[in-house]
Design a protein around this ligand. Structure first.
Ligand SMILES: Cc1ncc(COP(=O)(O)O)c(C=O)c1O
Length: 365
């Protein structure tokens, strides 16, 4: 059956074409140009942070954050096991070792008590990842990092627009990162951003994303790489940012319909905890039993509805087979029961009701 309802599709209905054509017409197509500066400035204003620097994707943003904080071989970095694999992978690429923590059953985010248990003399940082748009418990995680003198990175790739007590996610991290892949709340095609309160850290990040350039032409004073965003990507990003309030509003409306549809049924909707704004990057549910998830996904696919399983726990993947894997049962259970439903702003109320009704009819509800 042809997919009628994909899990995601970007909304490119604003000034994207106009700004991209401006790049082409003006010859500013590489990583310099007015859209880079404008996008960084407007993005920083939107998330209410002092400094932002753009990068070529969200994976590079995580690696650049680790390198900027001088994370290296022999260091340990605490990460959730229920996570998109780029996060632990970048810890390995930095030469350090990821240490996996379990999830909380209600929010699906990393468990602060498990972070405490996993701290060792080698621990240098924690990466708090706001899975599917629901913020982590940043008060607890920040306190643990402060008490143990650990760096805190927030990976906000999935949570742009998410807030805790009216503060944007990304506020608590020494450095916080974003992805603008095509399925994200705003997209640049491929792209990412690194933000921080610290002038010193943003200057270091800029230096490291830019081949370690100095004011002396072709003189590079450190080993570095090229993680720059193009002006064309930034032009798309700026046009996307102009529409973000509308996109987030529509996503919240879609989530409200799903939430109401699943209330009192055997499906558990991924709902926001108290005092937080869930950005609903993905609207997600849990089946009652793990064995139901794949048959449900097949049934929905047969009705033209695409879904995604929750991430496989990273500790179960071949790359991490030699790392400790005890005490990660909640993440493993969530991963086996969870799925993401179509969550893009162009869905109509009727589309969402239809999708929810198909989920319920699978269960005979
Ligand atoms: C939490 C998280 N971090 C990092 C990334 C990597 O971002 P990108 O695909 O832009 O490299 C993603 C990807 O989608 C993600 O969900």
């Amino acid at each position: 059956m042809e997919i009628k309802y994909p899990v995601y599709q970007p909304q490119l209905t604003g000034n994207e074409k106009k700004y991209v054509n401006d790049c082409l017409d003006s010859n500013w197509i590489s990583s310099r140009g007015k859209y880079i500066n404008l996008f960084e400035k407007k993005f920083a204003e939107y998330v209410e942070i002092e400094h932002a620097t753009s990068v070529c994707n969200g994976t590079a943003a995580v690696l650049l954050a680790l390198l900027t904080l001088d994370i290296k071989a022999d260091d340990e970095v605490i990460v959730p096991t229920l996570v998109y694999v780029a996060v632990p992978n970048m810890v390995l690429f930095a030469g350090a070792t990821p240490v996996f923590v379990d999830s909380l059953p209600n929010t699906w985010q990393m468990d602060p008590e498990d972070i405490k248990r996993k701290i060792s003399p080698k621990t240098k940082a924690v990466i708090a990842v706001h899975n599917y748009g629901h913020p982590c418990d940043m008060d607890a995680i920040k306190e643990i990092c402060d008490q143990n003198k650990l760096f805190l990175i927030e990976d906000c790739a999935e949570a742009l627009g998410g807030k805790i007590r009216n503060k944007h996610v990304g506020y608590w991290g020494d450095i916080s990162t974003y992805s603008f892949f095509a399925n994200k709340t705003i997209t640049t095609g491929e792209g990412g951003m690194l933000i921080t309160h610290s002038k010193e850290l943003i200057e270091r990040a800029y230096h490291l994303k830019n081949q370690g350039v100095t004011s002396r032409v072709y003189w590079h004073d450190v080993l570095a790489n090229n993680y720059r965003m193009t002006n064309i990507a930034a032009a798309i990003g700026l046009a996307q940012l102009e529409q973000i309030d509308e996109v987030l509003k529509r996503k919240a409306e879609i989530a409200a319909i799903y939430w109401e549809s699943f209330e009192g049924t055997g499906f558990e909707f991924h709902q926001p905890a108290e005092n937080i704004i869930h950005s609903f990057w993905m609207c997600s549910i849990l089946t009652e039993k793990s064995g139901q998830r794949e048959p449900l996904r097949d049934y929905l696919a047969g009705n033209g509805i695409e879904t995604r399983p929750l991430f496989y726990p990273a500790h179960t993947m071949p790359v991490y087979a030699n790392l400790p894997s005890e005490g990660l049962e909640i993440a493993t259970d969530l991963s086996a029961r969870g799925l993401n439903l179509p969550s893009f702003p162009a869905l109509s109320d009727e589309d969402v009701r239809f999708i929810a009704s198909k989920v319920l009819s699978f269960a005979g509800e």
